[in-house]
Design a protein around this ligand. Structure first.
Ligand code: AR6
Length: 166
């Protein structure tokens, strides 16, 4: 059974098989963690992403990590928070699930998630952490290659939320 770890870090520095990017549907870069990942991975990432034809909300696509210590980047598109009645929870859950699918398909053993949708997309942190944990815990029994799942807390509030829930 895979282990869930809480990690306070800049996700771009992690030596894991894959880091997850909270991207937008163009997959062509942006602010927040997306901007940090593109800066750290280098311009080859943008060139590669141009061939992917974007990504729909709740889905994910994998690329090499280029200059990152992580071997792969799994780009997922979280929902924009619109009050909670626009299927946001299901879409956010799908992001975590699809990222785990891609990690398994590529036989990866470690994956690190940022708090998808919790920045620019405005998802309330407490609810997003609950959705993330439920989605991951639901999948734990079926995971074969994944051994370590890192929930990366970029700020203290996130760390407190996850600690409270775990
Ligand atoms: N390492 C780990 N976590 C980080 C880092 C980092 N280096 N930088 C930010 N975070 P956000 P979203 C946290 O806004 O809400 C982009 O423009 C941050 O504190 O990056 O899904 C995309 O292109 C927050 O908890 O992603 C999209 O347009 C979490 O990562 C849009 O933002 C997610 O915040 C996506 O918005």
């Amino acid at each position: 059974m895979a282990t869930i770890h809480l990690q306070t870090a800049d996700i771009t520095t992690l030596h894991v098989d894959a880091i997850v990017n909270a991207a937008n549907s163009s997959l062509l870069g942006g602010g927040g963690v997306d901007g940090a990942i593109h800066r750290a991975a280098g311009p080859e990432l943008l060139e590669f992403c141009k061939s992917l034809n974007g990504c729909t909300t709740g889905d994910a696509k994998i690329t090499p990590g280029f200059n990152l210590p992580a071997q792969f980047i799994i780009h997922t598109v979280g929902p924009v928070w619109k009050g909670g009645k626009q299927n946001e929870a299901q879409l956010l859950s799908s992001c975590y699930s699809r990222c785990l699918d891609l990690a398994e398909e590529n036989q990866l053993s470690s994956i690190a998630f940022p708090a998808i949708s919790c920045g620019i997309y405005g998802y309330p942190t407490d609810q997003a952490c609950q959705v993330a944990l439920t989605a991951i815990q639901h999948r734990l029994p079926q995971l074969k290659s994944i051994q370590d799942i890192y929930l990366v807390c970029f700020n203290e509030e996130l760390y407190q939320q996850y600690t409270h829930l775990l």
